[in-house]
Design a protein around this ligand. Structure first.
Ligand code: HEC
Ligand code: HEC
Length: 392
C-alpha cells in the first residue's frame, strides 16, 4: 500500500489528465468515466501506475469493442431462414449429396472436389477444374458461411445456396447436359429415393433438382465457423491478443470495414474492384473480368463484384475472383491502394493481416468427416452416351 502523498497525488492527477484527453468522446457521450474520477478522489489510497494503465487499456478495449460492434456481428449458430428452414434429415441427405461424385458428367466431380475440407472449403487453385478437366472462369470461394451472403458467386448471379446447388448440376463443374440426365443418375442409386421421400413426403416424385438444391442448401446452412473474433464481439475482449486488437483498429481506421462488415465481414453488397485505379495492373491478372457488367450490360456494373466475406481468409488462397494473388499481405496492400487510395506501411499491413487471422474458425466436423454414401453399382447405362463413345 502506498500512503497518500503529494507526489503520488500529482502523478495520479497527471495520468488522469492524459486519460481524460484520450477519452474525450467517452466523457462527452457516456457517463462511463465520470464515476471513476469521483471514486478515485474518495479512495483512501492512490492507485499504482500499473492499475491506472490497466484501466486505461481496459477503457481503450471497451471503445474498440463498441466501435467493432457498430461494424460487425457475431455469427449465428446456423444460417437457416424462414424461407430455407433446416432439419436433421435434410442436412444428412444434403451432406451425402455434397460428397457424391456419381451425379456428374464423368463421375468424378462432387461439390467436395472443389470445396475440400483440407483447404477450408476451397480447392487451392486459381481457377477450378470441372468434369472433363474443363477450367472454370473463376476462383472457388469457400462454402463456409457462404449461405449468409446476400447473393452467391463472385458476380452474385444466384440468389441462394439452394439455387447455387441446383444450378451446379448443369454448370461447367458437374457438366450434365440437363437436369433430367442428372436426376436419372441420382435415381439409379436406390438409397437416395428413400431419403428424398422422407425429406419431401407427399409427392409422387421427390427426387428433383429443386429438392437436391434444398437438401444441399440445408447442409451448407450448418457450415458456420465462429472464431475468437465472435467471442470478442460477444464481450470477451481478451479473446483477441493486443496485436489482433491493434489490427482490428487499423482495419477499421483504414476504411476496410466500409465494405467488409456485418457477420460475414463482407458478403452483403456489390462494389467495384478498383474504385480509384484499375485492379489488373495491381493484381497482374491475365484477363480482365468485367464483373456484373457481363450479366447486365449496364455500365454502372463495370468491374462490380460481390464484396467477399473475409472469414477464414487466411486459409483460402489464392485470392480475388481470378485467384491472381497468393499472399494475404499483398491482398491487403492492393485493397488499400485500389479501393481506398491508401499506401499502407509494413507495420499497418502486418497489423491487418494479424487481425484477419483471428477470423479463422474451426472447421465443422460434419465437413471434415466424409459421410458414407448409399451403395450402388455404377450402372454404365446411366453414364452419358458421349462417355460410352469415348471408352470404345
Ligand atoms: C469444379 C469445381 C466446383 C464444383 C464441382 C462445385 N463448385 Fe462451388 N464454386 C466453384 C467456383 C469456381 C465458384 C465461383 C463461381 C463464380 O463466382 O463464378 C463456386 C461458388 C460456390 C458458392 C458461392 C460462394 C460465394 O461466396 O459466393 C457456393 C455456395 C458453392 N460454390 C457451393 C457448391 C456446391 C453446393 C456444389 C455442389 C452442388 C459446388 N459448389 C460444386 C467451384 C466448384
Ligand atoms: C470499396 C469496397 C472495399 C473496400 C474499402 C475494401 N475492400 Fe476488400 N474487397 C472488395 C471487393 C469488391 C473484393 C473482391 C475483388 C475481386 O473481384 O476479386 C474484395 C476482396 C478482398 C480480399 C480478397 C478475398 C478473397 O477471398 O479473395 C481481401 C483479403 C480484402 N478484400 C481485404 C480488404 C482489406 C484488408 C481492406 C482495407 C485495406 C479492404 N479489403 C477494403 C471491396 C472492398
Amino acid at each position: 500500500m502506498q500512503p497518500e502523498n503529494h507526489e503520488s497525488s500529482f502523478i495520479r492527477r497527471l495520468l488522469l489528465i492524459v486519460f481524460v484527453s484520450l477519452n474525450v468522446l467517452d466523457l462527452l457521450f457516456t457517463s462511463h468515466f465520470a464515476p471513476n474520477v469521483s471514486r478515485a478522489e474518495e479512495s483512501p489510497r492512490s492507485k499504482s501506475v500499473a492499475e491506472t494503465s490497466n484501466e486505461r487499456s481496459a477503457s481503450k478495449v471497451d471503445d474498440l469493442l463498441k466501435e467493432a460492434q457498430r461494424h460487425f456481428k457475431p455469427l449465428p449458430k446456423d444460417l437457416a431462414t424462414q424461407e430455407f428452414p433446416i432439419n436433421p434429415d435434410l442436412v444428412t441427405l444434403g451432406r451425402k449429396l455434397f460428397f457424391d461424385p456419381r451425379i456428374s458428367a464423368d463421375g468424378t466431380v462432387s461439390c467436395s472436389r472443389c470445396h475440400q475440407a483440407a483447404l477450408y472449403g476451397t480447392d487451392g487453385l486459381a481457377k477450378s477444374h470441372g468434369a472433363h478437366d474443363k477450367v472454370l472462369p473463376r476462383n472457388a470461394p469457400t462454402v463456409f458461411n457462404a449461405s449468409l451472403h446476400f447473393k452467391q458467386h463472385w458476380r452474385g448471379e444466384l440468389q441462394s445456396v439452394e439455387e447455387q446447388a441446383k444450378r451446379s448440376l448443369v454448370g461447367p463443374g458437374f457438366a450434365n447436359p440437363d437436369y433430367v440426365t442428372a436426376m436419372t443418375k441420382l435415381k439409379a442409386i436406390p438409397g437416395y429415393s428413400e431419403m428424398f421421400l422422407k425429406c419431401f413426403p407427399g409427392s409422387a416424385n421427390s427426387v428433383t433438382e429443386d429438392n437436391w438444391g434444398k437438401a444441399i442448401g440445408a447442409y451448407e446452412r450448418t457450415l458456420v465457423t465462429p472464431s475468437r473474433f465472435d467471442e470478442f464481439l460477444n464481450g470477451t475482449t481478451n479473446a483477441l491478443t493486443s496485436a489482433e486488437q491493434q489490427g482490428l483498429r487499423t482495419f477499421i481506421g483504414t476504411g476496410c470495414a466500409l465494405c467488409h462488415n456485418g457477420a460475414g465481414i463482407g458478403g452483403d453488397k456489390f462494389r467495384k474492384f478498383g474504385v480509384l485505379e484499375d485492379y489488373w495492373p495491381a493484381t497482374h491478372s491475365k484477363d480482365v473480368d468485367k464483373g456484373r457488367f457481363d450479366l447486365t450490360k449496364n455500365l454502372d456494373d463495370l468491374y462490380l463484384f460481390k464484396v467477399p466475406g473475409l472469414r477464414n481468409v487466411e486459409t483460402t488462397p489464392p485470392y480475388f475472383h481470378d485467384g491472381s494473388v497468393t499472399r494475404l499481405p499483398d491482398d491487403v496492400r492492393i485493397m488499400a491502394r485500389v479501393q481506398l487510395d491508401v499506401t499502407l506501411s509494413e507495420r499497418d499491413t502486418t497489423a491487418i493481416v494479424t487481425f484477419l487471422k483471428s477470423l479463422t474458425g474451426k472447421r465443422p466436423q460434419d465437413f471434415t468427416d466424409a459421410p458414407i454414401l448409399p451403395a450402388a453399382g455404377f450402372d454404365s447405362s446411366v453414364t452419358s452416351t458421349e462417355d460410352q463413345h469415348a471408352t470404345r
